[in-house]
Design a protein around this ligand. Structure first.
Ligand SMILES: CCCCCCCCCC/C=C\CC(=O)SCCNC(=O)CCNC(=O)[C@H](O)C(C)(C)COP(=O)(O)OP(=O)(O)OC[C@H]1O[C@@H](n2cnc3c(N)ncnc32)[C@H](O)[C@@H]1OP(=O)(O)O
Length: 302
């Protein structure tokens, strides 16, 4: 228990000033109707939290249209929602899913990594690290109900969860495809994938930038279950019930036992990782390929 408390204190201490500022800002987030049972539902512009107090579960819906790209503001709102749910003893589990049809998350927001200054890149990268640390180490059971395509950072977010349910739709794919963009998945992205699918499969997937369609994602272990699209949420709910049957303290400590060494690696190298990222992303060649990639996305429309 002391270990679990220690981890919570540590991760809370890591909450960035940008998050503290936003938390204090009136009107950005706020209590909304949560029923007459005293449980509060928190909303923010890009995150909709639907609480089910009787089950001890909240559904966190990402709604940052058009593609749920993980912008700085969106990451901040996600972290604040997670922290509020963790601090509310009513909740033991969350289901993270998308409110954008066909897209779970398009990953990191490319516009946060293009044409900005080094200070911005550092701030953005710290927020991405924070998202990974907080979700990966959350004391809550976190289940991803993946109802759309989930490349790169979207896949990373899914990989932080305890269980992944993917909709069986041939248009959906999931994976760390960074090499296809000419960029390198950082060591903690890699570690998370290795912890999920093993070294050999991760090496192949990372080098080739593989985006796995549902059947392959299940075969390789990137997801735990593939179900018809209309059963994603109900499956996530029944899996959640099974996880919540386990005594919470034993499950939480086991989670920390399994994940702490991976998280510690980033925690001890956090500043160096930010410096590496800023150095890398500021390179002319990287900026050119990111710009070209964004242009290609825009031109795709016609
Ligand atoms: C030595 C090592 C040191 C360490 C170095 C670290 C280096 C960094 C490592 C981490 C980097 C990356 C991780 C990432 O997550 S990068 C993002 C990867 N994501 C993708 O490649 C997905 C790109 N998007 C798509 O493929 C498609 O948009 C889609 C998700 C399949 C949806 O297709 P759609 O047809 O429904 O929509 P589309 O018209 O393409 O897009 C709508 C608008 O959204 C914009 N957009 C799409 N994706 C992003 C994004 N990720 N970020 C920002 N904006 C995005 C797109 O441009 C359209 O905009 P507009 O309407 O035309 O203005």
């Amino acid at each position: 228990m002391a270990l679990a408390v220690g981890m919570r204190v540590l991760t809370r201490a890591l909450l960035r000033p940008w998050a503290r500022g936003l938390r204090a800002a009136p009107g950005r987030t706020g209590p909304a109707a949560g029923g007459g049972d005293g449980v509060r539902c928190f909303r923010s512009p890009r995150v909709l939290v639907e609480p089910d107090p009787a089950a001890g579960v909240a559904v966190v819906k990402m709604r940052n249209p058009p593609v749920n790209s993980l912008s700085l503001e969106f990451l901040t709102e996600l972290l604040i929602s997670l922290e509020k749910l963790e601090n509310d003893k009513t909740f033991h589990g969350i289901i993270i899913t998308s409110d954008c049809p066909g897209i779970f998350s398009a990953g990191l927001d490319l516009t946060e990594m293009c044409g900005r200054d080094p200070e911005h890149y550092a701030e953005y990268w710290k927020a991405v690290q924070e998202m990974w640390l907080r979700f990966y180490l959350s004391n809550l059971v976190v289940i991803a109900a993946i109802n759309g395509i989930s490349p790169a950072g979207g896949c990373l977010l899914s990989l932080t969860c305890d269980y992944r349910v993917l909709a069986n739709n041939p248009k959906y794919a999931i994976g760390l495809n960074e090499t296809l963009l000419g960029i390198v998945a950082p060591f903690w992205f890699k570690d998370t994938l290795v912890n999920t699918i093993g070294h050999r499969s991760a090496e192949r997937a990372l080098q080739l930038g593989l985006l796995f369609p549902p059947a392959e994602a299940l075969r390789v272990g990137v997801v735990d279950q593939v179900v018809p699209e209309d059963q994603v949420q109900s499956t996530a709910r029944s899996v959640m019930a099974q996880w919540l049957d386990i005594p919470d303290h034993a499950r939480q400590l086991t989670k920390i036992l399994m994940r702490k060494p991976t998280a510690d690696r980033l925690l001890t190298e956090r500043d160096a990782d930010i410096e590496n990222f800023v150095r890398f992303i500021c390179k002319d060649s990287i900026q050119k390929s990111l710009h070209a990639y964004l242009e290609k996305l825009k031109q795709k429309k016609g």
